[in-house]
Design a protein around this ligand. Sequence first.
Ligand SMILES: [Zn+2]
Length: 104
Amino acid sequence: MSDPGFDRLRRRRVVPKVTEATVDRPVDPQGRRSLFSVSRQAPPLGAVTVSCSSCGQTSVVTPQSLLRLALPSVHLPFLRRGHPSYMRCPTCGKRTWVRLGLQL
Ligand SMILES: [Zn+2]
């Protein structure tokens, strides 16, 4: 609501992933579909994954709980390519560097 920088980051991540998925799908429908159906079961659509550099775990959070974890947070995509975001890890509870991913 009050953080326009974070809002911009989320919107940027959605655009390229959607086009990738729609381009990839017709190439190998059977093989891909079986892969997708397995991975789709766990995280709901639009869920965000948080990969922690401290405990090594990847956890799935809803956008609402991500906002709570990410206040405050620091994002340095150019300085830290592996884990560019500094925020609280939902698994170990530490403030550390994490990588965010979006499930589509
Ligand atoms: Zn952690």
